[in-house]
Design a binder for this molecule. Structure first.
Ligand code: ZN
Length: 262
């Protein structure tokens, strides 16, 4: 094998981090991620996870590339926008160029109660990169019912938030933000029609990818126990202990196990 084709050292700089090591890298290669959405957050997350060495990513999206996406989304080019190709198609091509050791499985459909079982089959972590709460509540029901952790992220204007929800360990989304809560009740809502500064997306996506890497590499105890909100314009960071947000005895989802969105 020529030196050029020898890829055995590609993760050397990563495995040198002693808390991660070759053991973490091996586990990462065994990780199977369901990434819901390859728009703003999802495009960056898929790029970071593929570069880091996650072995399998199923990318779900049915949108096409548009010129208005490009200021904040990885992978996509002006040519992709002109051709109006599916984001999953462009993302899969790009990820294959980045790391041929990462299997990319394309699921070019919306995630709904009809499709989520097929979309999530065989995956051991869900990463939410969607722009609406209807899908997040659906993911939440699925996560709790089938005991699959998920990394949630949201962005709006110059602000974003990240949290990792682990069934049985943390609250669920309905504990933190009941569906009947007032819009904007202290949480970042991703709204397709509102503005967003490009770097906000890459920053929040990096935080989500970091938590995914910790979990998948066999370091669940290092996963952040906080709901973290950052406003990059105002330079403020807020952290709330997820454990304090649990609605024991009252949550219809994780306590009463009623999965109305599923
Ligand atoms: Zn709950």
């Amino acid at each position: 094998m020529s030196r050029k084709n020898d890829k055995t050292n590609r993760y050397d700089r990563q495995t040198l981090f002693r808390d991660f090591g070759t053991g973490g890298q091996t586990k990462l290669a065994e990780g199977r991620v369901l990434l819901v959405g390859v728009g703003g957050l999802g495009s960056w997350i898929s790029e970071i996870l593929a570069r880091a060495g996650v072995g399998y990513i199923r990318i779900c999206d049915n949108d096409r590339v548009d010129l208005t996406n490009i200021h904040r989304q990885a992978h996509y080019t002006e040519a992709d926008a002109a051709a109006g190709i599916l984001k999953t198609e462009a993302a899969a091509k790009r990820i294959a160029e980045i790391n041929d050791g990462c299997i990319v499985d394309v699921f070019a459909e919306r995630i709904t109660r009809e499709t989520i079982h097929r979309a999530a089959k065989g995956c051991d972590l869900i990463v939410d990169a969607v722009d609406n709460f209807e899908t997040r509540y659906l993911i939440n029901d699925f996560s709790v019912k089938y005991n699959i952790p998920w990394v949630s992220g949201g962005v709006l204007e110059a602000e974003g938030q990240v949290m990792v929800l682990i069934p049985g360990k943390t609250p669920c989304l309905q504990c933190i933000l009941p569906p009947d809560a007032e819009p904007g009740a202290g949480h970042v809502l991703t709204l397709p029609d509102s503005g967003i500064l490009g770097p906000t997306v890459a920053a929040i996506a990096s935080l989500q990818a970091f938590e995914a890497v910790k979990y998948l590499s066999g370091h669940p105890d290092e996963v952040s126990p906080y709901l973290t909100k950052i406003n990059f314009w105002e330079n403020t960071v807020q952290r709330m202990q997820l454990a304090n947000l649990r609605q024991t005895d009252r949550c219809p989802c994780c306590d009463q196990r009623r999965f109305v969105y599923l």
